[in-house]
Design a protein around this ligand. Sequence first.
Ligand code: S3P
Length: 195
Amino acid sequence: MKEPLKKPYATLRFSRPSYVLRRPVFFVGFMGAGKTTLARKLARLLGVSSIDCDTYLERREGRAISEIFARDGEEAFRDIESAVLGELASGEAQLISCGGGVIGREENRRMLKEGGFVVYLDVAPEEAAARISSTATRPLFQNMDQAKKLYEKRHPLYEEVADVSIATAGKTVSQVADEVTAILKEEGILCLRPR
Ligand code: S3P
């Protein structure tokens, strides 16, 4: 009787390739577009670093964004946001998820365009509302009317800074992650780490 073929288990084991980023990659888009979730997922899948501007900002300031808005107002928050963007844009090449309003200031748009590759994750406010778990942490997403007006105002600015725009409606995070991965490879921004 013939010996059953032994499977080469060692070679079948899945080993994930590790990548390097050649430039910072910024994710911009409306609140609820999935910027933070996507950057984290991609970082895990690709073995690169990611950072969330809002989380970094809250740690840097030692208080929550909602508190900064409530105590000091939106302009004070925007000043800190611009400073944070400047710090991250001149730092290591990583995946950077930005706050939804970062495109409001001209100086920020310039930093984004000059600082790296910009991915716009487009989401309609209706779908964004369904994705947002709590509006308590988002002082500028309190009702649908306000959100729609803000989206209309911002959409052209997101388009202005974007190297690529991705429509996220009806897509899973994995689908968007695959799409972004393919684009970054094609652009020569995401490369296999030399062994
Ligand atoms: C804001 C979006 C928030 C946060 C702040 C202001 C905005 O970030 O930066 O509440 O102006 O759209 P997310 O887009 O991550 O929710």
